[in-house]
Each structure stands twice: as structure tokens, then as C-alpha cells.
Design a protein around this ligand. Structure first.
Ligand SMILES: [Zn+2]
Ligand SMILES: [Zn+2]
Length: 104
């Protein structure tokens, strides 16, 4: 009887291990940033369209209001590579992977 119980416990333990291994491996430090679609990207200035003040000057007051404006370099502060070299990584992470053929 005791022998039978031990066997059951071992089987349960085995199942538990298997269940753990079947979980999909999700890296904890996976980047959460989603790439933009190619029609959301300004390929001329290599910036998200909604931050490209070279194309749309009207974006400037909105960015200033959001305190996301670099007056020195006239770009969105969060994307100002001159102020923060790491901004380039942010831009690279957002840039759509599929560049349209007609884009410059
Ligand atoms: Zn632009
Ligand atoms: Zn700047």
C-alpha cells in the first residue's frame, strides 16, 4: 500500500515538471515597442509621421504642449538624436520593417 502511494506521488511530480516545460518561453526583457506601419512613417525624414515637424509644422505646438519638444534642434525631444544618442535606438525600434518601393 505504501509502495503504491509513493508511485502515485512520483507520477504527479513527473506531470508537474512536464507541464512547466510546455509553457511557451517568453523572455522577460522582450521589447514591448511595436513597429509602426509604413504609412505611419515619414521615409523622407526617417521619423514617425506624427512627430515629423518638417512635414507638418502644425505638430510643433502639440509637441510643445506635451513637453516633447527640443527647441534647440527643432525636433521632438523624445526623438532628438543630438540630445540623446539613445533616441536612435528608439527610432530604429519604431521604423517599419517594410519600406515601400516608392519611398525615398
Ligand atoms: Zn517628414
Ligand atoms: Zn535636441
Amino acid at each position: 500500500m505504501i509502495r503504491h502511494l509513493t508511485l502515485c506521488a512520483l507520477m504527479l511530480a513527473g506531470t508537474g515538471v512536464l507541464a512547466c516545460e510546455e509553457k511557451p518561453a517568453v523572455p522577460a526583457d522582450a521589447p514591448k515597442v511595436e513597429r509602426l506601419k509604413s504609412d505611419q512613417w515619414c521615409w523622407t525624414h526617417d521619423l514617425p509621421k506624427d512627430k515629423c515637424t518638417s512635414c507638418d509644422r502644425k505638430l510643433i505646438p502639440a509637441l510643445k504642449k506635451e513637453k516633447d519638444w527640443c527647441g534647440e534642434h527643432a525636433v521632438a525631444e523624445s526623438l532628438c538624436v543630438k540630445c540623446d544618442p539613445k533616441s536612435k535606438e528608439r527610432i530604429d525600434a519604431l521604423r517599419p520593417a517594410d519600406k515601400p518601393k516608392d519611398a525615398k
